[in-house]
Every structure is written in structure tokens, then in C-alpha cells.
Ligand binder design. Structure first.
Ligand code: ADP
Ligand code: MG
Length: 248
């Protein structure tokens, strides 16, 4: 069974059709790179998967459970079961500014109330160590660099033990010299076989780490292939034109 199955997904904002007929599958341990021009619907697609956006038609199924089936959303309990399997990392980090790094990591699991404080604190210590920020636990986000903020945002998403991580242009808001440290953490997660969907302009990262690439344009998936194929031998003119613009 595929980890995520999306079929005939549709989304409009008023008269603007943003997702036209999106279908794809993600298997366990896949790293899927989603590329495409600005405004092509990449963020809306990710936000739809994790139910930050209500879609208007189509099906989203995660490990056999439906978030939405042919445009009809499941019951709240089922929706929660599906969305709790996913974590998301945003372009602009979205950390809570009034909470320390440690508190940012621990707030969601503590509110969920199904683990002991010790378990939660142990995990936050481990994750801070993993992202190389064990010494920043009491710092507030304003004191951190963009790269540090994004690493904290990744650790925060991991605190909920997701099975799938969604990244929406995680390095696009960073100064170029800070992208490497964030991509390193993501590479490490890929090595540990985390299932990930990554919207990115980092073609080098996509080629190196992803096993599938999806090119979106104007609300549609134009082509989907292993990155080695899609980047070097795109089948469609629109993919070629986009890659030509991005790689120069
Ligand atoms: P991408 O992430 O590929 O740049 P988006 O999914 O953000 O694309 O946006 C796709 C289209 O939907 C754009 O034309 C954008 O202006 C529009 N859009 C996105 N969010 C909204 C919204 N909340 N209301 C109206 N239009 C929106
Ligand atoms: Mg976007």
C-alpha cells in the first residue's frame, strides 16, 4: 500500500483554479522533490495534504485512511488520525516568538497529553542534540540565525513522531550561506528513511537526495520521474523551459 495516495485533487480560490487534477503516490521511505514556478500550486497542494487548506474535489488517502474521499471529508477523528501522521516545515519557520527553543519543541506534545513530561523532555533533548543545538535550549527565536530557526522548526515537527514530513521551500528564506546546515539535517533524515515531500528550488539537493521528482506548472503535474531522469532528460517542453531558467 502506498503511504500517500492523491487522486484527482482539485482546489479553487474563487474563480482561480489552483489545483486542476493532481494525482500521485508516495511510498514509505520516498523522498519526493516537488519543483515548479511560483504560483503553480505547490504550497496549496502541501497545505491540502495536511488539512491546512480545504480542497474542493478528489481523494487524499494516507496508509489506507481517507482524509477526503472524492471531495467528501472524513469525520474529525479520522481526519486527526491522518493529519497526526504528518509534520510540516514552512518557509518562514513559524516558531512561537514568545517561547524558548525547548518550549517550542515541547508545547504540542505537552498539549496532546498522551506522554509523560519526562518522555517529552528526553525527546526534545535528543532532537536538539541531533540538530546541533543542545546549547540553545533556553534561547528565544529572535536570537537565532535563520538556519538555526529552521533546524528548530524541523526538530519541532519531529517531536510529534510523524511518519511523513512535508517541507515547503525550507531554505528559500535563508541567506545562501545558511542553506547548507538545513539541507544537512534533511539529508540525515532521508538517510534514516524518513518519508518526505520537499518543495524546493535546490536542484542539487533534489538530485542527490530525492528518489522521485514532480514538476508542477499552472496547477497540474506536468511530469514525474526519478530526478536523474527528470533533470537530465525532461520529456515536456514546459519542464525543459523551467529547468533551463532554474539551472542557469
Ligand atoms: P506555489 O507554492 O507553487 O508558489 P501557491 O500554492 O502558493 O503556489 O499558489 C497557487 C495560486 O493560488 C497562486 O496564484 C496564488 O496567488 C493563489 N493562492 C494561494 N493561496 C491563496 C488564498 N488563500 N487565496 C487566494 N488565492 C490564493
Ligand atoms: Mg509556495
Amino acid at each position: 500500500m502506498a503511504m500517500i495516495e492523491v487522486s484527482s485533487l482539485k482546489k479553487s480560490f474563487g474563480k482561480l483554479e489552483v489545483l486542476k487534477d493532481i494525482s500521485f503516490k508516495v511510498n514509505k521511505n520516498d523522498v519526493v522533490a516537488v519543483i515548479g514556478p511560483s504560483g503553480s500550486g505547490k504550497s496549496t497542494m502541501l497545505r491540502g495534504l495536511i488539512h491546512l487548506e480545504e480542497i474542493n474535489g478528489g481523494t487524499i488517502r494516507v496508509e489506507g485512511d481517507y482524509l477526503v474521499k472524492e471531495g467528501i471529508y472524513s469525520k474529525p477523528q479520522e481526519i486527526k488520525k491522518v493529519t497526526s501522521k504528518m509534520g510540516m516545515v514552512f518557509q518562514h519557520f513559524n516558531l512561537f516568538p514568545h517561547l524558548t527553543v525547548k518550549e517550542n519543541l515541547e508545547i504540542a506534545p505537552k498539549l496532546a497529553k498522551n506522554e509523560s513530561t519526562e518522555t517529552i523532555e528526553k525527546r526534545s533533548r535528543e532532537l536538539l542534540k541531533k540538530i546541533g543545538m543542545a546549547d540553545k535550549d533556553t534561547a528565544y527565536p529572535a536570537k537565532l540565525s535563520g538556519g538555526q530557526k529552521q533546524r528548530v522548526a524541523i526538530a519541532r515537527a519531529l517531536m510529534m513522531n510523524p511518519e511523513i514530513l512535508l517541507f515547503d521551500e525550507p531554505t528559500s528564506a535563508l541567506d545562501p550561506e545558511l542553506t547548507g546546515e538545513v539541507l544537512e539535517v534533511m539529508k540525515e533524515l532521508a538517510k534514516e528513511q524518513m518519508t518526505m515531500i520537499v518543495v524546493t528550488h535546490e536542484m542539487g539537493f533534489a538530485k542527490e537526495v530525492a528518489n522521485k521528482a514532480i514538476f508542477m506548472d499552472n496547477g497540474e503535474i506536468i511530469e514525474s520521474a526519478p530526478p536523474s531522469e527528470l533533470f537530465t532528460n525532461p520529456k515536456f517542453e514546459r519542464t525543459k523551459a523551467f529547468l533551463h531558467r532554474s539551472l542557469k
